[in-house]
Design a protein. Structure first.
Length: 134
């Protein structure tokens, strides 16, 4: 059991949500922080705790990334201000996947599609169109 899930199960769900929001989303993006807090509350403490526990047991797939993508079907959109999974991890993943397209968003944290939905949609649409037209 993760330290985070223990805290949630002890009744500290609101504190964990606040800390996660503060670390995941840049301070100047209050709207995205508020949206995350609403979603985390709606999801509930039990689900949040199980997700935290799942991160402890997931397998390491670094060695298989280069074999995972032989066609241009991978788009990675990463927040440059992501403190949980830094942009360097995203660039490493992209380097290992021969046909990956990597986009990093300045001033964006851990949740690009929440923090910059219109920009992520445009990037995804442009990427999909490039696949169709190639």
């Amino acid at each position: 059991m993760s330290a985070t899930s223990l805290r949630i199960r002890r009744g500290e769900h609101e504190d964990v949500i606040a800390e996660f929001a503060n670390n995941a989303i840049p301070a100047d993006d209050m709207a995205s922080r508020a949206a995350f807090v609403r979603m985390a509350r709606d999801t509930g403490g039990d689900t949040f705790a199980r997700q935290s526990d799942a991160t402890l047991t997931r397998s390491d797939h670094w060695p298989t990334l280069s074999a995972a993508s032989k066609v241009p079907t991978t788009l990675l959109i990463w927040g440059q201000a992501d403190r949980f999974v830094p942009v360097e991890v995203g660039t490493r993943i992209a380097r290992l996947m021969p046909h990956a397209r990597f986009e990093s968003l300045q001033g964006c944290g851990h949740f690009p599609t929440l923090e910059r939905p219109a920009l992520c949609t445009r990037i995804a649409r442009d990427w999909l169109m490039s696949l169709v037209l190639s």
